[in-house]
Design a protein around this ligand. Structure first.
Ligand code: CA
Length: 351
């Protein structure tokens, strides 16, 4: 497993990594201030109390790499054979902040900063807009600016906003804007909100190991089961980490959802125009960020189809070039490999 990884399509495809993170110093400072003041939720305290202050080798490396949108990142991409990176402001974006004016300023300046880096590396970096869901109307304006002025290719929302979810009416302008402006919505995890986190921190399980997927799959399932995609049939949702597990569970979700609807068990759950599989195959895209598993990727392709599963690395949180070698060797037809690494991402993000 020591073959040199090269960019430029040595294997018959370019490699596009679709869930790559950056941070700005003022974003990290604002989050850490909340943590120090005891005003952050437990998930943020655990995540940024660790990544923001620990002197360990891992956290020092990650802080340095998050803040870099230049030579370090290009060098890492070259070493791992990654041709292009789709970049977004790292979790939780500005969604943990309480001061909305401050949050909007940080998101907007992060967007400007990212746009400048993309302009400097037009073949390598592609941005997603950061928004502030605490102010949906402002977020719509920023989405428009991101797409039309900054040349961005999607929006990343870091799951819940103070325990609230995008299917709630207040966020409808954001969903409508994504559908109308054809902006892919990437829902990325953060720690579960306090009412959900329970004993997860004590168990060491609230973060990327488990709690992220629990909370983000819950978020996505809320969108699927409350008819968001009947309202906006053109809306395209991307999920990382093996689609946060949804394809593995989809038959159970579908059976129990229909049983609940038929028996009118929950007032909010109404009949949908299609079965849940339909939305997974028409409105949802998966990436394998943090999940370099051929078996999992094959399951995603089986359930969602070969046109909706994309590569991601999750740099700098999980930067392991050997994972690229492992995935290059997947037992999949050449045309499916090209879709996975390259053309599905080109299609979704319009690269
Ligand atoms: Ca990530």
């Amino acid at each position: 497993m020591t073959e040199e990884l090269k960019t430029g399509g040595q294997k018959g495809y370019l490699r596009i990594a679709t869930e790559e993170a950056f941070a700005t110093q003022e974003q990290l400072d604002a989050i850490l201030r909340l943590v120090k003041e005891g005003r952050a939720d437990k998930g943020t305290v655990s995540l940024w109390g660790f990544y923001g202050t620990s002197p360990s080798e891992r956290t020092t490396y990650i802080r340095e790499r998050l803040l870099d949108l230049g030579p370090l990142r290009i060098e890492a991409m070259d070493a791992a054979g990654i041709d292009k990176a789709v970049l977004a402001l790292t979790s939780p974006g500005v969604q943990s902040l309480h001061d909305i004016e401050e949050a909007k300023g940080i998101a907007s300046r992060a967007n400007d900063h990212l746009a400048a880096a993309c302009e400097k590396h037009p073949d390598r970096f592609f941005g997603m807009t950061a928004i502030c869901p605490q102010d949906p109307e402002w977020s719509v304006t920023e989405l428009k600016r991101g797409k039309e002025e900054l040349g961005f290719h999607g929006v990343q929302v870091n799951s819940h906003t103070h325990g609230h979810y995008l299917d709630e009416e207040r966020f409808d302008p954001i969903l409508r804007a994504c559908a109308e402006m054809d902006i892919p919505l990437y829902i990325h995890p953060q720690g579960p909100p306090d009412p959900m986190i329970g004993g997860m921190v004590e168990a060491g399980l609230e973060g990327a190991i488990f709690g992220f997927a629990v909370e983000t799959s819950y978020h996505a399932l809320r969108l699927l089961t409350t008819g968001v995609f009947d309202r906006y049939p053109s809306l395209q949702l991307a999920l990382g980490h093996g689609c946060e597990g949804l394809p593995f569970w989809i038959d159970r979700f579908d059976y129990m959802f229909n049983a609940g609807v038929r028996s009118k068990r929950y007032p909010r759950l109404k009949p949908l125009e299609h079965g849940l599989h339909h939305y997974l195959r028409n409105n949802v895209w998966a990436t394998n960020s943090g999940l370099p598993s051929p078996a999992s990727i094959k399951l995603l392709i089986d359930v969602m189809g070969e046109d909706r599963v994309m590569h991601a690395m999750d740099y700098p949180y999980q930067y392991v070039p050997d994972e690229v070698r492992l995935l290059d060797a997947m037992d999949l037809p050449a045309e499916v490999m090209k879709k996975f690494y390259q053309s599905n991402a080109e299609r979704l993000f319009k690269l």
